[in-house]
Design a protein. Structure first.
Lengths: 231, 231
DNA sequence: GATTGAGGTAATCGAATGATTACAAGATGG
DNA sequence: CCATCTTGTAATCATTCGATTACCTCAATC
């Protein structure tokens, strides 16, 4: 007894043996699950089996669909970078049309970045990619994505290098505090923790806290915390 | 009639017999080696055998000396945090005595932080600890250390929260770019890379580059790249 | 109603790795 | 000299995990 469990689909409670789904859809499901698991445990720390369970399929399928764990992670990283860049491009386009000043644009970009936390996996996978520079394929992708971001802020948004560095720096602190699970300590003894969080996340603190703490649909880890096959 | 086995042990016995060293000294050697290896490959990605080889001893000794890989990493993290805090305390004390303005002090703190790159393991182990929040013991140590740093900047250095956040943010970008090995790409095609690096590391760019690239005595990885026991 | 091919998994393999055990050799003190 | 403690290792164990293989089961098409 193992697999089969979970899956209490609406109209079919008893069985739900395994509904066959097109490979394209499975691919998206796996990528979404992998984003959560990799973001939570890092590239090396996450296992393909955890991803599989979070996606509700078997471990060999994950490997066969992407060829290897490394290729899966690179794809996750690629998607995360793409999502981030798309969000920024949209903000820039909209802000240009509205005739915003530079600091208004930067504020909006910061807000858009914080909003990405809605899918915690995105920013955490990014962060895990940044510190996994030891793996050649991952490091290359991470660096390329980071520079694409820099170039976007420079050439499309039109910021000065010093401003961009400030912006990126705050983004990295943002990521680090979330990766460190500092949010969970908001109500701990140290009164400096709320202060640090308030001055880092500012107007977005509530969103961040609700997402990171509440996390109603973020079942990735829960589903992945069971054991592998039979027990 | 080769007399066989003409051991040319002339001047170089090729085998360092094994000089017995006090446990206290070994402990320091292991911690230094572990700092490099963990910083390079992360907590999960590094192996106790890589640490052992970097320290020039056997793998079981590493485990026995620290009890477990996790305890070793926590100790490495603790040392790194201690080194950082000590460096900052020294700068603050000295700056107070000199009657510096706040921004002069902050500049000096930034310089002191950058100087820590001389031992690349320190900052990289810190960073790896920050993103390893999934491991309870490591996350707790990382958060506590981070808050100790914040408190120091707030209560001893006397900075306003917003200033501290700026400072920490730039530190995190600093760490991230090094973890990403962006320095290695300084001479690549993208002309934005030198620009980003220049505006992030500013006056310390040369030191950072010399340390991260040159790394003459940073043998940690090289020595650790062999296989385990006999060959 | 066979064939075929795509979705999907159980079983398992082999390598890696943290940890443990048993033992060896040099110091140290009486 | 002998007992004992310390430093250190070889051998090996038990897991874990990514990958592979061999198979199963539908669904569509001829």
């Amino acid at each position: 007894m193992s697999s089969v469990t979970s899956e209490q689909m609406t109209t079919d409670p008893a069985k739900a043996p395994q509904e066959r789904v097109s490979a394209a859809v499975r691919r998206e499901q796996i990528l979404a699950a992998a984003s959560g698991v990799f973001g939570e445990r890092g590239y090396v720390g996450a296992t393909t089996d955890q991803v599989a369970q979070a996606a509700g399929i078997s471990q060999p399928y994950v490997v066969r669909m992407f060829g290897s764990k490394e290729r899966l992670f690179v794809e996750v990283l690629d998607r995360a970078l793409g999502t981030l860049l798309d969000a920024f491009r949209a903000v820039i386009a909209e802000s240009k049309q509205a005739g915003d000043e530079q600091d208004a644009l930067m504020t909006k970009l910061g807000a858009a970045y914080a909003d990405l936390i809605i899918d915690r996996g995105i920013l955490m996978s990014l962060m895990q990619g940044f510190v996994a520079g030891h793996e050649p394929a991952i490091g290359a992708k991470a660096r390329a994505g980071f520079m694409e971001l820099y170039t976007l802020l420079r050439n499309e948004a039109g910021f000065e290098p010093d401003l961009i560095v400030d912006f990126l720096a705050h983004g990295m602190l943002f990521n680090t505090l979330i990766a460190m699970r500092m949010i969970d300590q908001h109500d701990s003894d140290d009164p400096c923790i709320p202060e640090l969080l308030a001055h880092t996340f500012r107007t977005k603190l509530d969103i961040v806290m609700n997402t990171v703490l509440g996390a109603p649909e973020q079942q990735a880890t829960a589903a992945a915390s069971r054991t592998r096959t039979t027990e």
